[in-house]
Design a protein around this ligand. Structure first.
Ligand SMILES: Nc1nc2c(ncn2[C@@H]2O[C@H](COP(=O)(O)OP(=O)(O)OP(=O)(O)O)[C@@H](O)[C@H]2O)c(=O)[nH]1
Ligand SMILES: [Mg+2]
Length: 633
């Protein structure tokens, strides 16, 4: 009986965890399709985006082909034993910036499917999410996924997963994990790879459903006990405000009945849930009770937060709170004060930006916002470049304009020593680009920890490197490998700060004037470096229009008109093929800029600029800071 209190023994709560791109959402989509709960064609209408997925439903997820928010869905499945089970499935994001969210939502589950790519094997995030699942006491079911990949090597990958579990100190219970082989996208799974591929492909995902039913315990929990619900995720709606999502651990939760809201800080107050929702299929359905073991969303509790417990007022007992991750990176958000300010966006004032950031804080748990030096500035901190980049991208889609400074890694003091975050960096790269990649990472004091072949033509390398040195590395690695490298990193530990942050090697080309870029100027500048702008684009004085191929900045006349001379030159003109501009994504721009530069973000453009737009003022300011440094030395 979905929607109402299902019999606890027929409920299963399972989280799907893996490294980014190992196929979690694709598998969840297929599980939905094969659950038999939906009419033919019903789900297909909901597909979309880069990967054509149903569960990656928000516009940015669709555009980028990654999962940003964890999501719940629930299916009914009639198992081989003839009983119909209700399976709550929690799809999680795989990117390292969202690791904290995965850690929290694991509280809703009793077991997890750990997906691992049958070629790539366990990656940094596999290790992280698996360690968190073990800490939470979840028994993993290993799904060796993407077995259809041409160079897939399931036995090797399975061995690596076993080693990883041993490494993580898994107990015997966890080491007896069940294995299912699958190609989620093709919709089949198998207990053994004992048949030819053509045979396996005719199968379906029943082995996964059955393993969930058999291996994951029913949630248990005493329905007769005083109610306890733990909030592990927040959602927000303009209409009803904050929505708390989590699991009922004991008793039965009902709308309209007084409950005690117990905060992390120990304070409590009596509240009422006005609307109670259970998960059903892809959506949520209003219900009048949710019993121990099941998951739900609660509406109408003002100020409800992650880690809060809803408890019985007569017997209020808080559940152990969940961890909330500290921010690792901070960035200055400020109003856009470029000469083009207000031309492309709808919301441009500091007040509008502040209100928007405050609204974001309602549900973006790992985000922090502090006032800056002036009312036009805000220090915004988050879990990484992607976390903050997504916020910026969302804001520009909504019509905001703002300018932001380069991201700063947040350092920590420990016994009087300044510590910086260190990361594990994994790079898979075609063999021919190995040398240049090693040089790039080595140049930033990355230390190699491991190197091994990956298939015939690629190499898998593991480094340890500081977070500061990582900023700006991605675009260089991508250039060095013609976009072929696969690169992932995640936080590993803190270490004493060593050395200066490596700066950008090249200087930039800066526009001299405010005008329109001309093809003639682009042609003349082609041997100075590469450009970020194309003919016809409007630029302003102080805007960064390209990268200089030397280490100094250069002011250039990129809006120069061609002096009309003679016919011959004019006809020659037509044969010139201009180099296309290099287009940097929003996050790439954030990594690119130096301390004296800003990224200008509007609904239609992302530009880079010098903080001080006028060349003479820039020079004066440089001289002043140089004098100051000399006086201090
Ligand atoms: N060959 C092959 N590719 C697959 C399979 N499953 C998924 N993919 C592809 O892998 C890519 C990533 O799939 P997703 O389902 O978005 O992966 P994910 O784990 O949800 O990724 P994040 O949520 O961003 O961490 C897509 O291009 C899929 O089409 C599979 O079984 N075989
Ligand atoms: Mg996904």
């Amino acid at each position: 009986m979905p929607g109402s209190a299902a019999e606890t023994r027929l409920v299963r709560n399972v989280a799907i965890i893996a490294h980014v791109d190992h196929g979690k959402t694709t598998l969840v989509d297929q599980l939905l399709k094969q659950s038999g709960m939906f009419r033919a064609g019903e789900l297909e209408k909901l597909m979309g985006g880069q990967h054509d997925l149903i569960m990656d439903s928000n516009p940015l997820e669709r555009e980028r082909g990654i999962t940003i928010l964890s999501k719940n869905c629930a299916v009914n499945y009639t198992a081989a034993d003839g009983l119909t089970y209700r399976i709550n499935i929690i799809d999680t994001p795989g990117h390292a910036d969202f690791g904290g969210e995965v850690e929290r939502v694991l509280h809703m589950a009793d077991g997890c499917l750990v997906l691992v790519d049958a070629l790539d094997g366990p990656m940094p995030q596999t290790k992280f999410v698996l360690s968190k699942a073990l800490e939470a006491g979840l028994k993993p079911i290993v799904v060796v996924n993407k077995c259809d990949r041409p160079e897939a090597d399931p036995p090797r990958v399975l061995g690596e997963m076993f080693d990883l579990l041993v490494d993580l100190g898994a107990d015997d219970h966890a080491l007896e994990f069940k294995v299912v082989y699958a190609a989620g996208r093709d919709g089949w799974a198998a207990y053994e790879l004992d048949k030819p591929f053509e045979e396996l492909r005719k199968g379906d995902l029943r082995p996964i459903f059955e393993t969930i039913i058999k291996e994951i315990q029913s949630p248990g929990g005493d329905r007769e006990a005083p109610v306890q619900m733990l909030v592990t995720t927040l959602d927000y709606s303009e209409y009803v405000g904050r929505i708390g999502i989590g699991r009922v651990y004991a008793g039965v939760l009902r709308p309209g009945v007084p409950v005690m809201l117990m905060k992390r800080d120990g304070s409590m107050r009596q509240v009422k849930v006005t609307k109670l929702l259970a998960f059903q299929g892809l959506g949520r359905k209003e219900t009048d009770e949710v019993g121990a073991g099941d998951l739900c969303a609660v509406v109408g509790v003002e100020g409800i937060d992650i880690g809060d417990t809803l408890a019985d007022p007569a017997n209020p007992k808080a559940l152990p709170p969940v961890t909330i991750d500290e921010p690792t990176i901070s960035m200055l958000f400020r109003i856009n004060d470029s000469p083009f300010a207000g031309q492309e966006g709808q919301y441009v004032t500091s007040r509008q930006i502040r209100d928007r950031l405050m609204r974001e804080l309602e549900h973006n748990v790992a985000l922090r916002v502090e006032p800056g030096r002036t009312t036009d500035e805000f220090n915004v901190s988050g879990r990484g470049l992607l976390h903050l980049g997504i916020l910026l991208e969302t804001m520009r889609r909504e019509g905001f304009e703002l300018s932001v400074a380069r991201p700063q890694v947040i350092l920590q003091e420990e016994d009087g020593v300044t510590m910086e975050p260190m990361e594990t960096l994994v790079i898979d790269v075609p063999n021919e680009n190995m040398g240049s990649v090693m040089e790039l990472v080595g140049g930033r004091r990355g230390e190699m920890k491991k190197m091994e072949p990956r298939g015939q033509s690629a190499t898998h390398m593991v480094f340890e490197i500081s977070s500061r040195a990582l900023i700006g590395l991605r675009s260089r690695i991508m250039t060095a490998s013609q976009g072929e490298a696969i690169m992932h990193h995640r936080f590993s530990h803190y270490a004493p700060v060593a050395g200066d942050r490596p700066g950008r090697i090249n200087g930039v080309l800066i526009s001299l004037e405010r005008a329109s870029v001309t093809a003639h100027a682009v042609e003349l500048l082609s041997d100075r470096g590469f450009l970020f702008v194309k003919p016809g684009e409007n630029v302003y004085a102080g805007q960064i229009v390209g990268e200089h191929n030397r280490d100094n900045d250069l002011v250039v006349n990129i809006t120069r008109e061609k002096a009309l001379t003679n016919m011959r030159a004019a006809s020659k003109d037509q044969t010139v093929v201009l180099k296309p501009p290099r287009q940097l994504s929003l996050e790439a721009c954030l990594e690119y800029v130096e301390d004296d530069e800003l990224v200008e973000i509007t609904p239609t453009s992302v530009r880079m600029r010098k903080r001080i737009l006028s060349e003479s003022e820039r020079r004066r300011s440089e001289r002043q800071s140089r004098d100051k440094a000399e006086a201090g030395a």
